[in-house]
Design a protein around this ligand. Sequence first.
Ligand SMILES: [Zn+2]
Length: 414
Amino acid sequence: MNDFVHIHAAPWVVPVDQPPIASGRVALYQNRIFAVDTVVNLVAAYPDAVVVEHPQVALTPPLVNAHIHLELSHLGQLSQGDAPDQFTNWILALLALREKLGATGVHVTAAARKVAEQQYAEGVSVIADIGNTSVGQELTPYFAGNLLAYKEYLGFSNDRLGDNLARLDAELPVTLCSAHAIYSTHKNLLQQLKSRANQNKAVLPIHVAETKAEIEMMDQGRGEMVDFLEQRGFWEKDFLKEVDACKGGTITYLSRIGLLDEHTLCVHVVHASDDEITMLANSGAKVCLCPGSNRFLRVGKAPVKRYLDAGILPALGTDSLASNPEVSIWREMQLLFQDYPELSNADIFAMATRGGAEALAIAGQTGTLTVGTHADVLAVPLHEDRVDSADVLRYLVSTGSGVKPTRIQHTRSL
Ligand SMILES: [Zn+2]
């Protein structure tokens, strides 16, 4: 029966690559979007199509969560109450709790699976998961959408470099790998991760410029991050040569060592100068914002408007329950809506959909309701009593967590 054209009709269709359509229609054929238009045009063009009415909803693309750590889902107590006074104290608290509760095991996988299922129930079809255990990889077959499980590499000191490079060299080409951050990953390892990702035509995610301490390390070779590395025995004095050559922030460093191109996904990017934003834009590198995690850890507010002005549409990520009390892309949109009145609602919703798809290099498949993309459409309930649904984009970005869309999927029966 799925070989018929199905036309799904709703008071609003939000394609994202064009303005919302009142009394809109989305036509699905086999497992693709076949047409997006108004009622009159589509029904006239396909008089034999099956028409399904969806009253009181907005039809939208599915959401993309471009950054999470599912393997940390059992550490939610870290994001209850106040965050530690310093970022590195949060890292220490995370390491201590993980040591106590374990990094793997049935309870870890169960907590991770619950979060992944919640994501899907809220309309997230694609998750980019970062982990240094196999929890994400184990969940991949069980996730109803597309779970991209990245294996994270880190190791700052010279003495671990050889082992890490050998480990990376032994990975199967299909294994997705990510870099942790510049303060935790040796320059040669970063470069090898990038060159391997390029060879495999894969995206390389990396945490970038999350805290001021990271910028101080790159600009002046001192501060909280350097103290932290020294205390843990990982600091290398010869890194000061990199600092001397760089004299700037994280992005300046990444640009100088050849890490930035259109398949690099810079996560957080809270602290970036105007010159660095130009560097990102010129390289085509992607940005993923994590407003909930940034708010909890009090690391600052990302310069979102400056990214948009430079032509960068960021993606959105929740980060993990260890740094964000609520891992919901609807909540991330709501935080942007509340904290950045200068942003348009259309841009915020585009970040949660098209921005994520572009960041993960799957824009031809999802992220917009466009002819040819997958027949995976959300029917988001519009509750009149909550927000004025005449302004559908405002409704979508201001509602917050707990949205439970229905999914319209069209998989061709064999
Ligand atoms: Zn992260």
